[in-house]
Design a protein around this ligand. Structure first.
Ligand code: MG
Length: 377
């Protein structure tokens, strides 16, 4: 099986409240759509992710926090958007899982069950059996009871073999409410697999509160530290936290020797358990000679994002007698914020002297220590 996940994020729904479509509203540190994509990104049997965006959103920043994916423009209807996604899947794709970007709490177990059922069925989708008693009502009065046996609440991802689903979509003119409807209209068999009560679709403002509460139950929080030192040599400026600071000497190093940015970068690698700068960008490799350190930091931030982590905050301390850091702190925070895609109020740059003690006190070099917190909601 070569499976592609299509995340449909082209809806305009604002019933959930807010100024922007619900899939782009934030749940914790990430957009709902980013949460909805991550379990597919992390799933070993999913080869490709296609993210279907509304034409109005393509040039916006709304989707910038979503994991890497093939991004395509959808249409005005759900059917048009799904078709855009189906058309974009890479050659060789044999099965597709179509998921609603407004379901941020989908799990690997649900995806597993859908994939497993596709081995023996043309289609498969998760659902939860209705357990509440169902009433008919009118004018505020109970008027009857509906037999609930055989009733299910449908969820996504809905999985299909690609060729018959494409044929079903081509043959269908109505805008069915979901792909199971399209598939069944074309005579495909669709298995029901066990869904999850928590795999809710964000529709109303109350759903945000519920989803937030559910997410906190298994939030993954990580902390990392980084430490770096560079020695002084001849020169007329130093790079510190992305800012060029005039100084009577320069810091020496294979790269631009931005000791603060190196400490922050190593803290991120540390939190991820992914080594350090020297491992990812070996000093023995001439291509990194004189490299600007934002390359390293962007790499670490990208690794964190690819694993579903958001950087919650950064705290960096520079240890030196000179240059004086205070006047440059706002620019340093802004520079790190821009590189990391964070608000500057999540970044701290502090400085201290070492009371003239040790190598920093003797002005032989600058040291930096940094701490970061990563959160996977
Ligand atoms: Mg260094």
């Amino acid at each position: 099986m070569t499976i592609c996940a299509i995340i449909v994020a082209a809806g305009r729904g604002t019933r959930a409240g807010g100024e922007i479509p619900k899939q782009w509203q934030r749940l914790g540190a990430r957009s709902i759509a980013a949460h909805a994509m991550q379990p597919f990104v992390d799933h070993p049997e999913i080869h490709t992710i296609v993210l279907v965006l509304h034409p109005d959103d393509i040039d916006s920043d709304l989707w910038r926090d979503t994991p890497a994916a093939l991004r395509v423009t959808g249409g005005d209807t759900r059917k048009a958007s799904v078709m855009a996604g189906l058309t974009a899947v890479p050659d060789g794709t044999t099965q597709v899982l179509i998921h609603d970007a407004a379901r941020p709490l989908v799990t690997a177990a649900i995806i597993d069950r859908v994939i497993s059922a596709l081995k023996t069925h043309q289609g498969a989708a998760p659902a939860v059996a209705v357990t509440d008693t169902l009433w008919h009502g009118a004018a505020g009065q109970v008027t009857g009871v509906q037999d609930r046996s055989g009733l299910y609440r449908a969820q996504t991802p809905q999985g299909f073999h690609l060729a018959p689903l494409l044929a079903a979509h081509h043959g269908q003119t109505d805008d069915a409410t979901d792909d199971v409807g399209v598939a069944r209209a074309a005579g495909l068999d669709v298995a029901i697999v066990q869904g999850d009560e928590n795999n809710i679709k964000i529709t109303t403002p109350g759903d945000f509160a519920r989803a937030t509460k559910l997410m906190r139950q298994d939030m993954d929080i990580r902390c990392g530290n980084g430490y770096d030192v560079h020695r002084f040599g001849p020169g007329d400026h130093v790079w510190l936290c992305g800012v060029k600071v005039p100084h009577g000497r320069a810091l020496q190093g294979h790269s631009d020797a931005d000791v603060g940015m190196h400490a922050v970068t190593d803290a991120i690698y540390g939190a991820l358990g992914k080594g350090d700068i020297g491992q990812h960008f070996p000093p023995s490799d001439p291509q990194w000679k004189g490299a600007e350190s934002h390359i390293f930091l962007r790499h670490a931030v990208g690794l964190a994002r690819d694993q579903g982590y958001q950087i919650s905050n950064v705290d960096c301390t520079l240890v030196c007698e000179y240059p004086k850091i205070g006047p440059h702190q706002p620019a340093m925070r802004a520079a790190l914020a821009a590189i990391m895609g964070l608000d500057a109020d999540r970044i701290s740059v502090k400085a201290t002297t070492s009371e003239r003690l040790g190598f920093t006190g003797r002005e032989e070099g600058i040291a930096s220590i940094a701490t970061v917190t990563l959160v996977k909601p």
